[in-house]
Design a protein around this ligand. Structure first.
Ligand SMILES: O=C(O)CCC(=O)C(=O)O
Ligand SMILES: [Fe+2]
Length: 223
């Protein structure tokens, strides 16, 4: 349902990112929110004065996501949006909202939302990401460099920061598999298939499992 991935970016890359971010301008986060979400969005985002520096930061985040096996297996991404780099200072928050159904001029359907925590939790108070799943609310505040991936269909919010500063990169994924239940089946099946391939590469069962997995993927992809 939701996946946390520790150490998505290395400490060296993270430090570089945070240092680069410190020198750049931020603007009102409401610029990129849908109409209803804008009512409750009270944060700042990296502005566009230094386009090159901003693009460099965004590319590093995308590259880390694309090269992470766990992210690939869980999200099965088709498209990943350009990340927003957000900052919450004391008094800032992002109230309860659901993310827009599409982004990037309606070319990306938002199946999954992603938060990459860019600074350590002891550098701010509050600022938990709270997600309301079918199993009740979950509060998430991860070590720097870690990521949480959750369904964009959920209501969620960022609780007020009361002290310090919260830095995060947020982005959205269109998955090859639109339906969450199907994606979960493929995730489990994919892991089991990999184990079979490792333990019994020449067995008939491995061929059958591989065929079934591949054909489920064929049946469900793009829907
Ligand atoms: O910063 C976060 O953890 C999530 C932000 C958010 O919900 C959004 O940008 O839509
Ligand atoms: Fe959101």
């Amino acid at each position: 349902m939701l996946e946390t991935i520790p150490e998505l970016i290395s400490e060296a890359v993270r430090k570089d990112l945070v240092e680069a971010i410190q020198n750049l301008d931020f603007e009102d986060g409401r610029k990129t929110a849908g109409k209803r979400a804008a009512r409750v969005k009270k944060n700042e985002q990296l502005g566009s004065v230094d386009r090159e520096a901003k693009a460099d930061i965004q590319n590093k985040v995308i590259k880390s996501l694309k090269s992470n096996g766990r992210f690939q297996r869980f999200a099965m991404p088709n498209k990943v949006a350009t990340p927003l780099i957000s900052r919450y200072r004391p008094g800032m928050e992002y109230g309860l909202h659901v993310d827009n159904a599409t982004m990037v001029d309606s070319t990306l359907r938002t199946d999954l939302s992603v938060t990459l925590f860019l600074n350590e939790p002891d550098q701010y108070e509050g600022g938990e990401l709270e997600i309301f799943s079918g199993y009740g609310p979950v509060k998430i505040k991860l070590p720097a460099g870690s990521v949480v991936v959750y369904p964009s269909s959920t209501l969620h919010r960022v609780l007020p920061v009361t002290k310090g500063e919260r830095l995060a990169a947020v982005t959205w994924v269109e998955s090859q598999i639109r339906d969450l239940a199907r994606r979960e089946i493929l995730y489990d099946f994919g892991l089991a298939r990999s184990k079979l391939e490792k333990d019994a590469p020449n067995s008939e069962e491995t061929d059958r499992a591989n065929r079934a997995y591949t054909n489920l993927l064929r049946m469900w992809t793009g829907t």
